[in-house]
Design a protein around this ligand. Structure first.
Ligand code: EPU
Length: 427
């Protein structure tokens, strides 16, 4: 397994460009299963998860061609509708093929995803959406088996105990594009990735309005054609680089960023004392002095502070001048990074869904273990500022969501290198 070896203490300087959004690209690639013509997806990041989705589409009868930033998908054979457990357990976003296959092929068999390092990840709301559209859903041998003679438009409420669901909204919205009549999704997720998915679907002939609001209206159409679509920039990668600049007291311009997608993050960084200045339309300059103010932050569905930046912000607040309270309202168990940051000298105590962080003067390098994608990013950020050497093990987690993060950080002056290791275990 590859590791990152980081010698901390360098201030980051320079410019970095953010890649296309992983969490927009994955459902959009899945949505190509709804279409009857070839689609071209531009700007998807070159990541393990995207490679997994390409492979899954190929398993399901699509011809997937193109490398790097242009992926072409053309569905050739609609007979195979089984997303097997071996694929789904590698990538939970495989669940995104459920809605498209049900709507287009009238049947879908998708292995039920399990929990993961960030906690329980139920799919009951996905199933609620699809059932409301008229699907018959059974569980067989660990697989979700969904069938429908025809889907009918309906009104469905998709709010759950932790708010809206991003991929549950995506699945229901995708299925509803080919349903008969009008579907209204209430308490829909408002995330920019849902808006991007709706943009792709509309380019392919769907009739969706309201994406980006809690009420999405879909007028069913008979058929979708292929479309060309460019993926939005990755707001979580952008936020991670902004925090990297802040934690190292650096001066960094982050390019290819949409600050409208990062309002809560910019607000919190400014409250901490980080300087955040927009540069033109799609870039932002980040700099920070040595003094960081403690803050309280609660993760929330968009446009609130994203759970996918909670771990990285926690790393930053380890060095603030006082106590911060970080409350996780989306995935209450998403705190595995806390113990690892503790190995680097952080002072964090957990109280229920809240981590109380008492700022320390410095973090010290240590061997640490990544448990999930965003926790790994937090450990890398901590390593950039820690005194001495940090080894982040199991970086295959980070490779699922960040395109060449070590190269981008090294180009900003970080002393970070990847060391080769054994291939990751299947998990
Ligand atoms: N939930 C339910 N029932 C469901 C679905 C979700 O109770 O049927 C709960 C979840 O357990 C959670 C909350 O609703 O408490 C929100 O989960 P959501 O469904 O929105 O998460 P997701 O769609 O599975 C996506 C991202 C995650 C990101 C979350 C929240 C992708 C591929 N994944 O997951 O990204 O954390 O939204 O914003 O888009 C990551 O990139 O590291 C990552 C984990």
């Amino acid at each position: 397994m590859d590791k990152f070896v980081i010698h901390g203490g360098r201030r980051l300087r320079g410019e970095v460009a953010v890649s296309g959004s992983k969490n927009a690209a994955l459902p959009i690639l899945a949505a190509t299963l709804l279409t009857d013509g070839p689609s071209t997806i531009v700007g998807a990041p070159d990541l393990v998860d995207v490679a997994n989705m390409r492979q899954l589409l190929a398993d399901l009868g699509a011809e997937v061609t193109g490398q790097g930033k242009r992926i072409q998908v053309a569905v050739r054979d609609e007979r195979r509708s089984h997303a097997v457990y071996d694929r789904v357990r590698k990538m939970r976003a495989s669940i995104c093929v459920l809605g498209p296959m049900l709507a287009k092929r009238r049947r879908a068999r998708v292995a039920m995803p399990g929990g993961c390092a960030i906690g329980l990840r139920p799919v009951n709301l996905h199933l609620r959406g699809l059932r409301a559209l008229g699907a018959q859903i059974d569980l067989d041998g660990g697989d979700i088996v969904a069938t429908a003679k025809r889907l009918r438009g309906t009104s469905v409420f998709l709010g759950g105990p932790f708010g809206s669901t991003v991929l549950g909204t995506a699945n229901t919205m995708m299925a509803a594009t080919l349903a008969q009549g009008r579907t209204v999704i209430e308490s829909a997720a408002c995330e920019p990735e849902v808006v991007d998915l709706a943009a792709f679907l509309n380019a392919a002939g769907a009739k969706i309005t309201g994406a980006g609001t809690p009420r999405i209206v879909i007028e069913g159409v008979k058929q979708l054609h292929g479309a060309k679509h460019t993926i939005i920039s990755d707001r979580i990668e952008a936020g991670t680089f902004m925090i990297a600049a802040a934690i190292t007291h650096g001066e960094v311009i982050v390019r290819h960023v949409n600050l409208d997608h990062l309002v809560a993050v910019v607000d919190k960084l400014r409250e901490i004392g980080v300087h955040v200045e927009p540069v033109g339309d799609a870039a932002v300059a980040i700099s920070s002095s040595r003094h960081l103010e403690p803050v309280d932050v609660t993760t929330q569905p968009y446009p609130g502070f994203p759970t996918d930046l909670q771990a990285q912000l926690t790393a930053l607040l380890c060095l603030a001048d006082g106590n911060s309270a970080i409350t996780e309202k989306i995935f209450p168990d998403r705190f595995l990074h806390v113990a690892e940051l503790g190995r680097m000298g952080a002072d964090i105590r957990k109280e229920g869904y809240t981590a109380i962080v008492t700022g320390v003067k410095r973090l010290v390098g240590a061997p640490v273990m990544a448990s999930d994608l965003r926790a790994s990013a937090a450990l890398v950020l901590a390593g950039l500022v820690a005194r001495g050497t940090t080894t982040v093990n199991r970086v295959y987690h980070i490779d699922r969501g960040y395109e060449q993060i070590e190269r981008k950080l090294a180009a900003l002056g970080a002393n970070i290198r990847r060391t080769d290791g054994q291939p990751p275990p299947a998990d």
